[in-house]
Each structure stands twice: as structure tokens, then as C-alpha cells.
Design a protein around this ligand. Structure first.
Ligand code: ATP
Ligand code: MG
Length: 499
């Protein structure tokens, strides 16, 4: 078996695959979300570890697999989320700052005013935004009591969630990350493949806090028997969840793209071995590195809130009891009746990059009901994806032929059809929609020789459903134009409002 851990923003999911790549066991559990102030989002690192451990146990039980039958462990993780812990005791030094957190927006403004963005973009492939880890590390060192001096003493380790899980699984022996995760920190030079001294100096982050960077497919170390049911098993694959999903979707060739419909949505296109600097405010990111092969890159459009808008209607407003109900509710209307929902609750990512944008619902009339809100939320997922697809076509010169879709919301047929209509290209849903975990398993399985090559993985990728565009193009463009107007109205909202 290969055990794949998908430590996501809202939950930890573990899948057990056999050597034919079939799912034999699956378990998942939610992670608590903490919102201590407007715009802040935190996780508890200890909870992430204990929940993940529990889910690993359940998934093995469900697969009727013994821990000693696991040949390799692969990890995919929510990216950018920032943790600091004590290297000697393993105790977290502060709550984890989640990728969605906007508390460093002012610092990002300062860095941009200093004119640093073009150079930092050239080095890291990213833009200056609170999204990435760098300013979160700086914030913790500045604001958590005594942390700066403890960091200077070498006591504090920094890591993203992958580093934390490998650290815990190996009993504190490995302080590592992989190339794909390193490339999301805004601290890593994706061309020279090294942490960047200038950026570290500007943010006052000591280099010795950082993990060492390893191939996404390769042996990281063995589990500490105390952390893995008395057994030593190699951890053999690590990647950020979106890069893992790109791998799991078998997007191994240049020009192949996928979009994941989870908490947020992340459209990634494989661009091969040559990195580009985006003029369209897309991100250039390391897709993966397999062993000692050259690094491969991807172009990414990151959308912060998509499925989370449905979650918010469910948990925040109580408009829905279950996410799946959204399909029928949306389909009960023949039209959006000009109601638009821009779910900019944590600012807007690609291609707008406005940390001060905030959510809005516009077009309300006395006739507006719950179904309108639900439909507008689902449609916003597709509109935001189109914003990114347009930028990506301009940037890459590659006209998308089809879009591979995965993640929790692909079960929603209304959404998938609307997405295809709005893009004017087919949307393809594979047989295994948990491509994040699949990608982590594939990276690990390749490293230990369970699977021989990527060709073998490509052959196994199977289509389950294909949605063809049906909407007339005049209508598509009219709807999209209205969306663009709604987005304009959401921009900059909190900048004037917060002291
Ligand atoms: N049928 C559905 N229609 C619309 N949205 C759905 C549906 N089912 C699930 N979702 C949404 O999909 C999201 C869950 O998808 P998924 O499990 O892929 O996300 P996730 O992996 O938990 O995200 P993350 O990795 O960030 O934790 C939730 O935000 C939920 O609201
Ligand atoms: Mg996920």
C-alpha cells in the first residue's frame, strides 16, 4: 500500500492506495478554524497533527491494512500556512497563520512602496501579498513575545504544514520541505533553487530557521515507530496540495491544466522546465522536482474563496443544510436574475490581487431568496475561474482546449455545466476526484519503485464525466460582463474602513 495524507485547509483526508492505484481505504476529519479578528485565520498545529494521526489510523483500518504493509507515505498539504516551533521540544511557538490570513496587508504595502515587487517577483515567481509565508513569519517574529531572540538563538524552526508533518512523523529528526512548497514562501529563488538572502535580510528572518529543500519525489526519512504504530516507513513524496493535484491529474505535458474546486480554486498549467515571469499577475511556481531530474514549473491562478462561499452560506448564514443541496437550489431558478456574489471575504487573489477587497452581494430585490444567493455563490466559482483562464491564455498564448476539474465541488453538476458554458470549452472530471491525495501517492510510489514511470501514471488517468458547452456566446459574454462590474465594486473596500 501507499498511504497518502492530504492535510487541507478545512480537513485532513487520508487515502490508502494499492499497487494498482485503486483506493482501498479512506478517512477524513475537519480541522478547527479560528478567526480571532476580522481578516485573521489561524489553525492549531497540535490539532493538525493529532487529527491527522487519527485519520491515518482510521484509513488503515478501513483498508484492512496493517501499518507494516505500507511501503511509502506521501504528503500533500495546504500551502503557505506558516508555523514556528521549538526545535528542542517540538512545541509550537504560536498558532499557525493560515494562507487566507490578511493581517500583513500593511507590511505588503510598505514592501511594494519600496519598489521591491518586480525584483521579488523575478526571483520567487510570486507577487507581494499576505497570502505567502514570508510576511507571516516576519509578523510572528515581531509580535509573539520573546520570539525574535529565541529565533536568533537557533531555537525556533519555521515550516509550512508539510515540514510540520514530516517533523512529527520522523520524531523531530527531519526539518525539510519540498521544492513545490518552498516556492510558495516568497523566500525562495525558483531559478537558483536556494533561499534568497536579500529577501531574508529585508524581513529579518534568520536563514537557520528554514527547512532544507528536497525533491518532491524521493526519500525524506523514515517514520519514528512512536509516531507510526511501531513501524519505520519511508516518507517518499511531498508536494503542496495544488501541485500534487496537477500531478494526480496526470498533467505531465506542457500546456495541460487543471482546476481544483475546494475551499479555494487553483488553476495550474504545466509550463515545463522554463520559468516565465508573468505580466498578467499570475504566479510562476515550482510544480515539482522528481529525484535529481530538472525542476518543472507551473503557471498558477490562485482564487481564495470558491467552495468556502458555499460553506459560508451553510455555516455562517444557515441558508443550506448540506453543500450538496446547492445544486438543486441553484437549478430551481432559470436565471441568476442579475444577482451576483463576489466572495472576496479574504481579499481577491488572481488576477486582481487586492487584499482590501471584501465580499459583496449585489442586485438584491424584494424577490430575492435563498436560491438566488446559492446560485450566485456557485456561479461566482465559475466566473472567478474564467477571470484566471483569460489571464492565462494571454500569458501563455495557449488556448485552453479543455479543463480538467477535481476537488469536492465537482460533484455539483450545475456548477460543472455552468463552468463549461462560461468558458466555452469542455470540462472533464476524472474517475478519482481526490487528485490531491492521488498525486501525493504517485510521488511517493514513484520514489520507492511501486510505479515505474510517469507514463504508467498517465495511462491510468481515467475520465468519468465530460461537460460540453451549451450556452450561446452572446449570453455568456453578457453574464460575464456583469460579473466584471460586480468585482469592480468589491475592490478596496476595507482599506478605507480599517484604522
Ligand atoms: N456538491 C457541492 N456543491 C458545491 N460545493 C461543494 C459541494 N460539495 C462540496 N462542496 C464544497 O467543496 C469544498 C470541499 O471540497 P474539498 O474537500 O476538495 O476541499 P478541501 O480539500 O477541504 O479544501 P482544503 O484542501 O482547502 O481543505 C467545500 O468548501 C464545500 O463547500
Ligand atoms: Mg484539498
Amino acid at each position: 500500500y501507499v498511504l497518502a495524507i492530504d492535510q487541507g485547509t478545512t480537513s485532513s483526508t487520508v487515502l490508502v492506495f494499492n499497487d494498482a492505484g485503486q483506493v482501498c481505504g479512506r478517512a477524513g476529519a475537519e480541522i478547527s478554524q479560528h478567526y480571532p479578528r476580522p481578516g485573521w485565520v489561524e489553525h492549531d498545529p497540535e490539532e493538525i497533527w493529532t487529527v491527522t494521526q487519527e485519520v491515518v489510523k482510521q484509513a488503515l483500518q478501513e483498508a484492512k491494512a496493517e501499518p507494516q504493509q505500507v511501503r511509502a507515505i506521501g504528503i500533500a498539504n495546504q500551502r503557505e500556512t506558516t508555523m514556528l516551533w521549538n526545535r528542542h521540544t517540538g512545541i509550537p511557538a504560536a498558532p499557525a497563520i493560515v494562507w487566507q490570513d490578511r493581517r500583513t496587508a500593511r507590511l505588503c504595502d510598505e514592501l511594494k512602496q519600496e519598489g521591491l515587487e518586480p525584483l521579488w517577483q523575478q526571483k520567487t515567481g510570486l507577487l507581494i501579498d499576505p497570502y505567502f509565508s514570508a510576511t507571516k513569519v516576519h509578523w510572528l517574529l515581531e509580535h509573539a513575545e520573546g520570539l525574535r531572540s529565541r529565533a536568533a538563538n537557533g531555537e525556533i524552526a519555521f515550516g509550512t504544514v508539510d515540514s510540520w508533518l514530516v517533523w512529527k512523523l520522523t520524531g523531530g529528526r527531519c526539518h525539510v520541505t519540498d521544492y513545490s512548497n518552498a516556492s510558495r514562501t516568497l523566500l525562495y529563488n525558483i531559478h537558483q533553487l536556494d533561499w534568497d538572502n536579500e529577501i531574508l535580510a529585508r524581513l529579518d528572518i534568520p536563514r537557520h530557521m528554514l527547512p532544507s529543500v528536497r525533491p518532491s519525489s524521493g526519500i525524506y526519512g523514515e517514520t519514528d515507530p512512536r509516531a507510526f504504530f511501531g513501524h519505520r516507513v519511508p516518507i517518499a513524496g511531498v508536494a503542496g496540495d495544488q501541485q500534487a493535484a496537477l500531478f494526480g491529474q496526470a498533467c505531465h505535458r506542457r500546456g495541460l491544466a487543471k482546476n481544483t474546486y475546494g475551499t479555494g480554486s487553483f488553476l495550474l498549467m504545466n509550463i515545463g522546465r522554463q520559468a516565465v515571469v508573468s505580466r498578467e499577475k499570475l504566479l510562476t511556481t515550482i510544480a515539482w522536482r522528481l529525484g535529481e531530474e530538472p525542476v518543472e514549473y507551473a503557471l498558477e491562478g490562485s482564487i481564495f474563496i470558491t467552495g468556502a462561499a458555499i460553506q459560508w452560506l451553510r455555516d455562517g448564514l444557515g441558508v443550506l443544510a448540506r453543500a450538496a443541496e446547492s445544486e438543486q437550489m441553484a437549478a430551481s431558478l432559470t436565471d441568476n436574475e442579475d444577482v451576483y456574489f463576489v466572495p472576496a471575504m479574504t481579499g481577491l487573489g488572481a488576477p486582481h490581487w487586492d487584499p482590501y477587497a471584501r465580499g459583496l452581494i449585489i442586485g438584491l430585490t424584494r424577490g430575492t431568496g435563498r436560491a438566488h444567493l446559492v446560485r450566485a455563490a456557485l456561479e461566482s466559482i465559475a466566473y472567478q475561474t474564467r477571470d484566471v483562464v483569460e489571464a492565462m491564455s494571454r500569458e501563455s498564448g495557449i488556448q485552453l482546449q479543455e479543463l480538467r476539474a477535481d476537488g469536492g465541488a465537482v460533484d455539483n453538476r450545475f456548477l460543472m455545466q455552468f463552468q463549461s458554458d462560461l468558458l466555452g470549452v469542455p470540462v472533464e472530471v476524472p474517475a478519482i476526484t481526490e487528485t490531491t491525495a492521488l498525486g501525493a501517492a504517485c510521488l511517493a510510489g514513484l520514489a520507492v519503485g511501486i510505479w515505474a514511470s510517469r507514463d504508467e501514471l498517465t495511462e491510468r488517468w481515467q475520465l468519468a464525466r465530460r461537460y460540453e458547452p451549451k450556452m450561446a456566446s452572446a449570453r455568456r459574454e453578457a453574464l460575464y460582463a456583469r460579473w466584471r462590474q460586480a468585482v469592480e465594486r468589491s475592490l478596496g473596500w476595507s482599506e478605507a474602513g480599517t484604522p
